[in-house]
Design a protein around this ligand. Structure first.
Ligand code: FES
Length: 121
């Protein structure tokens, strides 16, 4: 029996993953640099607390909000705190994000990936 799969498109590579995969885990497994600078070593390890794993998640064409993948309550709370301040509804914490549709992911600059005017990948 085949399991439903989804695409994760980034400017570095496109990956096919099983539905329900954790986005942080997948990005790290595929050597996509999720963390900026020293946060590669200093992050909360995927507990949704530090905010450093933030990425922009949109539909595969990169033009619209995802329809299925919703923020968790903890993610919602953390993304309202500095430096994120909920500036963009498409910003997600990769560690809290379950892949349930085809998506395009972008990483921005800043300790927490919060500098939305400067794309890293
Ligand atoms: S790794 Fe800390 S919030 Fe995601």
């Amino acid at each position: 029996m085949s399991k439903l799969k989804h695409l994760i498109k980034t400017s570095l590579k496109t990956i096919e993953v099983p539905s329900g995969s954790n986005l942080r885990k997948i990005l790290l497994e595929h050597n996509i640099p999720l963390y900026n600078g020293k946060t590669q070593a200093f992050n909360c390890g995927g507990n949704g607390a530090c905010g450093t794993c933030a990425v922009q998640v949109q539909t595969i064409d990169g033009h619209s909000k995802t329809q299925i993948m919703k923020r968790t309550l903890g993610e919602e709370v953390r993304l309202k705190l500095p430096p994120h301040l909920n500036k963009n509804e498409d910003i997600r914490l990769a560690c809290q994000c379950t892949v349930e549709e085809d998506i395009e992911v972008q990483k921005f600059d800043g300790v927490c990936g919060h500098k939305l005017d400067k794309k890293v990948w």
